[in-house]
Design a protein around this ligand. Structure first.
Ligand code: 0L1
Ligand code: MG
Length: 262
């Protein structure tokens, strides 16, 4: 850690205010170029603490930058991890208000729900599949608080990995009957297919993202509790949206979910 607690709290307030007041900012490493990974996750944790103190509820966890295409684009070789609270949740088939967002994009994801706790180190695809209750389609709305989505990895971790909204739905499926590497997905915008992919785009197997999250938390003495919803990361590049857009995601064997931007 290089930053003191007042600085971490001030940066958390600055970034969360961008979300709540719908404006962007420059990346925080411009002001604190020496900040480290633990500073970045501490700022993210301080944003979560602010939300919980206002009575919001933690609804799930997420892995981001998990597709090889996105990692290459960002010049990184490790995913990032964040959280979702109830102010991010959109009901299946529901609406997200553009007036509450800066420059949103959507990502097609496979969501996991656990039935057993996962604690790293040492988690792998096998432990994740054994601990998974079911999987279902999830659309993440990312909305970086940084101007023009221009950031580096530490800044984006502090900004809760651009998390803004999410919707899950469809037909929850047991993993025993599925090969999550080969399940196909189609993302549609206003009825037209705009992105296609398969589960293997996420680190070779989407359960790898969950294992890496468990190992990341384990290194900090934390675990993924049973019953946790986790977004495993975008299968394709993120797609920009505008008011009036209807976005739906169909995942092979899991049905579909959707939301509308108003
Ligand atoms: O969920 C994600 O993959 C987003 C990670 C943050 C980077 C971005 O805003 O594209
Ligand atoms: Mg995502």
């Amino acid at each position: 850690m290089t930053l003191d607690t007042p600085t971490i709290d001030a940066l958390a307030e600055r970034l969360e205010n961008c979300q709540l007041q719908v404006h962007d900012t420059h990346k925080i490493t411009d002001d604190f170029p020496g900040m480290d990974w633990e500073d970045a996750y501490a700022i993210q944790a301080a944003i979560l603490a602010r939300k919980l103190a206002r009575g919001q509820r933690l609804m799930g966890l997420k892995a981001g930058l998990t597709s090889f295409a996105k990692m290459k684009q960002m010049g990184v070789n490790s995913p990032v991890f964040g959280f979702m609270t109830d102010d991010y949740a959109v009901p299946h088939g529901g609406e997200a208000k553009m007036a509450e967002l800066i420059h949103p994009k959507v990502e097609p994801e496979i969501a996991f729900v656990t039935k057993k706790a996962l604690r790293g180190p040492g988690c792998h695809i096998g432990t994740v599949l054994d601990a998974t209750d079911f999987v279902l389609p999830g659309i993440e709305v990312i909305d970086s608080r940084y101007r023009d989505f221009k950031f580096d990895l530490k800044s984006v971790i502090a900004d809760n990995t651009s998390a803004a909204r999410f919707v899950v739905g469809g037909s929850p499926a047991r993993v025993s009957g599925l090969d999550l590497r080969t399940v196909g997905i189609v993302l549609e915008k206003n009825g037209l297919p705009v992105a296609f992919g398969a589960g293997a785009a996420v680190l070779g197997h989407p359960a790898t993202a969950i294992a890496m999250l468990a190992n990341h938390l384990g290194a900090r003495g934390q675990e993924i509790p049973a019953g946790t919803l986790i977004l495993s990361g975008g299968i394709t590049e993120a797609v920009a949206v505008a008011a009036g857009d209807h976005v739906s995601l169909r995942v092979q064997g899991m049905g579909s979910t959707s939301l509308r931007f108003i």
